[in-house]
Design a protein around this ligand. Structure first.
Ligand code: NAP
Length: 294
């Protein structure tokens, strides 16, 4: 760790969360700034919930480049910004703030980040049947992005049906006519929906370290080789679900791709430059490995 390069012209960008010490964004963005030759630094800011408004004001006062916003502040920053993209407004969640000469613009890069990561492995949701397991924060972003990308059918399957309905309503309001349906996890039709899906996305935290040996939410027997199976969990990279999907010959995608690409998109908004995705991925994976070793 060195701050040798910091001088009077260094620009600052960072991430706010509570807590924030586990964020992998600082190494990812700092590695990118270095290869882009930018005299910028990315730092974590632990911001208590009652300090969010003061923090947003400080972006202007300190002329920060912008911020990433993580849990639990994604909703709280929304009314404090000058402009919020339609997508972030529909999601009720901002994960990126861009300081455009004092005008603060809010965006959400999670959904597009997921789509980019899927395209990177040759996958797509456009014109496909998609089964989305889970209805939490990450599911909202993925569901809306999938609807905007014109899925053939989006089936949201969740343990708590009412929560899936809330996500479906949000999608329909933002994308009228979107082909979205909801099912409870225990519904008889859930098996059919998963088997018929070309893309299966698990957005639950089930399978996440330290509970990485827990059985997936859906029976792995429902998976087959014609599918692309995605797990948004990134620790571990190969969850029980993905390992079963690989075993039947399905194409698989772990959560690190979405994490890298949501960051890459944010970086592109701040810098106007193409993100060095491989450099960011390498830094992220190194950070994850360090965390596992610790
Ligand atoms: P969240 O808002 O807490 O939602 C969790 C979802 O999982 C809910 O739908 C919940 O169902 C379901 N769930 C939890 N335990 C379950 C169980 N035992 N059986 C069945 N369903 C269960 O979580 P989130 O923020 O969306 O995050 C979910 C996962 O995505 C985490 O692993 C997180 O690390 C990952 N994530 C990855 C990225 C990325 O960039 N790769 C970004 C965000 C999140 P109920 O509604 O019934 O409670």
């Amino acid at each position: 760790m060195t701050c040798k390069g910091i001088d009077g012209e260094t620009r600052v960008v960072g991430v706010i969360g509570w807590p924030v010490r586990h964020s992998l964004s600082p190494p990812m963005h700092n590695a990118a700034f270095e290869v882009l030759g930018l005299n910028w630094v990315y730092v974590p800011f632990a911001v208590a919930p009652d300090q969010v408004a003061a923090t947003v004001q400080a972006v202007r006062a300190l002329d920060l480049v912008g911020l990433n916003v993580t849990i639990p502040h994604k909703l709280a920053v929304l009314p404090l910004l000058d402009e919020v993209s339609a997508e972030a407004r529909a999601l009720g969640a901002v994960n990126t703030i861009i300081n455009d000469e004092g005008t603060l613009r809010g965006r959400n890069t999670d959904g597009e980040g997921f789509l980019r990561s899927l395209r990177e492995i040759g996958g797509d949701v456009s014109g496909r049947r998609v089964a989305l397991i889970g209805a939490g924060g990450s599911a909202r972003a993925v569901a809306l992005a999938a609807a905007k990308a014109h899925v053939e059918q989006l089936t949201i399957i969740n343990r708590t049906l009412e929560k899936a309905e809330v996500v479906a309503e949000m999608v329909r309001a933002a994308q009228p006519g979107a082909p979205v349906e909801v099912l409870g996890l225990e519904a008889k039709e859930a098996e059919r929906a998963v088997r018929e899906a070309q893309v299966v996305i698990d957005s639950t935290a089930v399978g996440m370290y330290p509970h990485h040996e827990t059985a997936p939410v859906i029976p792995v027997e429902w998976l087959h080789r014609e599918q692309t199976v995605c797990d948004l969990t990134y620790n571990p990279r190969e969850t029980v679900l993905l390992s079963a999907a690989k075993a039947v010959g399905a194409r698989t995608l772990d959560g690190t791709g979405m994490l890298v690409h949501q960051g890459a998109l944010a970086l592109e908004y701040w810098t106007g430059k193409k993100a060095p995705v491989e450099v960011m991925r390498e830094a992220l994976l190194a950070g994850l490995a360090k965390r596992s070793a610790g």
